[in-house]
Each structure stands twice: as structure tokens, then as C-alpha cells.
Design a protein around this ligand. Sequence first.
Ligand code: BES
Ligand code: ZN
Length: 424
Amino acid sequence: MNKLNLFLIYAALCGAAAPAAAGYAPDFDRGVDVRAAVRAAVEDAASAGGLLPPAPGRAEGPVWVTMEKSAAASLDGALFKTAPVAQSGRLAVYEFDPTELGRLADGMHRAMRRAPGFIAHDTLEEALEDLKAPPAPRARAYTLDQAARVKKLLPLVREESIVSSIAWLSSYKNRYYRGATGVEASKRLQREWAAYSEGRPDISVEAFKHAAFAQESVILTMRGTSEPDKVVVIGGHLDSIAGYGDNPAPGADDNASGVAVTNEVVKALVEGGYRPARTIKFIAFAAEEAGLRGSGEIAAAFQKQGVKVEGMLNLDMTNYKGSDRDIYFVSDNTSADQNAFLGKLIDSYLGYTWGSFDCGYGCSDHASFAKKGWPASTPFESTYEQCNPYIHKAVDTLAKMGGGAAHSVKFARLAVAYAVELAK
Ligand code: BES
Ligand code: ZN
């Protein structure tokens, strides 16, 4: 069914309903009820416009959203169709239609100077789990003793290759998690990453499929040589969004820049012939912008499989230098110990300036790992207030960041040092 047919059906319908004075009951197409055909045409046009169903024949079901009660209180009540399904002291759970999440995210940005974020769950059970306090991460000893390796690998981080990654990632109309181009971007990244496994039997690449939406997360595993069951996670979200739906959203900073940094770390480690003692999983997460859904599912799967996550480094927005200092760590819902370790890595190996800020309950994918009791951190491009003003818009482009990636280079170098000192 093409758009012309759709238009004709609408025209016919509107025509039939034209004399719709009070009490007039339209006689659809002389007794034939065309409403089913109209519905099918509307769905068809939506997919021609770039939206994809999660799986053939499967409609996307409702989601259960957790957010801070204080955030809910400051939002327009019209955003909520129902009262909270459950609450704890700090959090509340609401049932949402996933197509309403964009409005929710926009509402948060409008209502508050900080976006506290929200977390969307496929099931009510998972949402209720989130009401419990997260387990405290067990204490870990962080040491710095790999200077020679780190210094050998750092020069392999190159700005030009980060630029080219941001360029191809942001060349799609969007990387929307329910859209055709969001799927294409994921497939292209799978191919790019598969190339790193050539001649490296310890490297494998998989697509992590999500039950409720079409975009796949991508996982590159570099298997550890002596402690393969211990896992270090480095990654960032692959999806981009502007408004809600299939709108232009190049997402060059949010978050092609984080995926490009992740890719650069893989590239540098492979080029340097580096083999970690512990396993490193590099992940491009789907559907962060819809409530951390990709990382939420992956963290839950890791927990179920008994994966021992030693640390998680989340790269989300790395290329816009909006503040005086170089790197700012998200201080809430992250590990204070791991953040301090990252600060030491900077002081010892890199010499950048750094600070920290509070980001909010569900502001990015670190929260999915932190709530499982794993140490998670997000080094960020600026303070919250001074972050890139173009994100979530059609103007989040590489050009708006000056066409280079000098700021992202700092994050890639930090992530290389983190990988080497934690996966030893
Ligand atoms: N990269 C942003 C988070 C961000 C934006 C952190 C600006 C610091 C400054 C992320 O992709 C995002 O947009 N998060 C949403 C929450 C999400 C659950 C919709 C947010 O912060 O509104
Ligand atoms: Zn975002």
C-alpha cells in the first residue's frame, strides 16, 4: 500500500464523512467497513517512513517506567495516563506506551535544568526490582602498574579515525531504535567490528537481539588469557533520537562520539597486539534514549549468566568541549572508587584536568550496571549545564563540533589506560 493509496482512502473516508452534521452515521463505502484497510494503510505508511516492528507479527507492548517521584511531581500531569503502579520512598513505577516515552523525555528536559532520566522495563517484575536499593559494590583494589603497556598503546589513538567513525555513524537519517536506519547502523557496526576478529581467534562479535524492538546491540568480546571469566565492559549507546519517531537525528555527539571512542579503543588495542588477562567486552547499546532499554537487558542477561563484571566504563557524549576542564565524571549512580581510579589514571598517564557533576537517576547506561552492584563510571564532555546544546536535534552534527575530534581523543586515551590497568 503506497502513500497515494493511503491518501485516496483518507480522501474517500473524509468525503464520506463530509456531511458529518450531528447525528450523521457514515455509511463506510456502502456497507463495507474500510476501517481495517485504513489501519493497515497507516501501519504500512509508517514502515515506509522507516519504522520497524520488533519482530514479525509482534507489536511492541507497554513498558514499566521507573523514575524519581520528585521528577514525576514536577512534570505535566497530562504525561501520565494512570496513577503509579507501585512506589518506594524515592521512586515510582508507571505503565507507559513506548510511543509516549519521547514526550516523557522532552517533558523532563523542559521541566528541569537537570534531566533526571527514567528507566523503562519490559516487565513489571523488573521495574519492581528497581525499587529496591542496589547492592553495594564490593571493595576492589585498584592499582597502576602497567605504565610501559599504556604508554606504548596511547599513540595508537588517532583523531582522524575517530572523526571518520563519527562521520559514518552520523550519516544515517537517525539511529532510532525502532527505525530502519537504526537497524542499518547496527548492522554496519557489526561488520566493522567483525573485521577486528580476523587473525584473532580470541575476538568475537555478536549481535545482541532485543525482544521488544528492532535495533540490535553490538558486543565485541576480547577473551582474557588468564582470567577469562572476569569481564571489563567498555561502551556507549548506539541509538540517537530527536523528538520521538523517525525524525532526522544525526546524534554526532549523542552518541556517535561515544561509539567512535569505543571503536578507537578496540582499534588501538588490536593494532598494538594487546591481549588482556581478563575478558573485555566492548558494547554499543541499543535504545538508551528510550529508558536505557538495551543496556538494561544486557546487564540483566549478564547477571543471569553469572558474568563477573569487574567494571563498566560508559562513554556518552565526548566531543563537545563546553567547560574549562577536560573530563567530568558523573558522580551519582556510579562507583566513587572506580571514579577515583579513573582520576588517578588521568593524573598519572594523561595530565588532563577533571571534575564531576550529578546527572540524575537514569541519565545514561552506567545506571543499568550500577543497579546490579557493578562499578560503573561515565566520563563526560562538560558539566551538565554546559553540555552540547544541539543534542536530540537535527543539528547534532560533526560540523557543530568544529569537524574534529580532539576532545574525544582524551576519552579514548583514558579508556585505553582503563582497559589495560583493569583487565590485567
Ligand atoms: N547523553 C544523554 C545524557 C546526558 C545529556 C547527560 C546531557 C548529561 C548531559 C542521554 O543520551 C540522554 O539523553 N538521556 C536522557 C534519559 C533517557 C532515559 C531518555 C536524559 O538525560 O534525558
Ligand atoms: Zn541522548
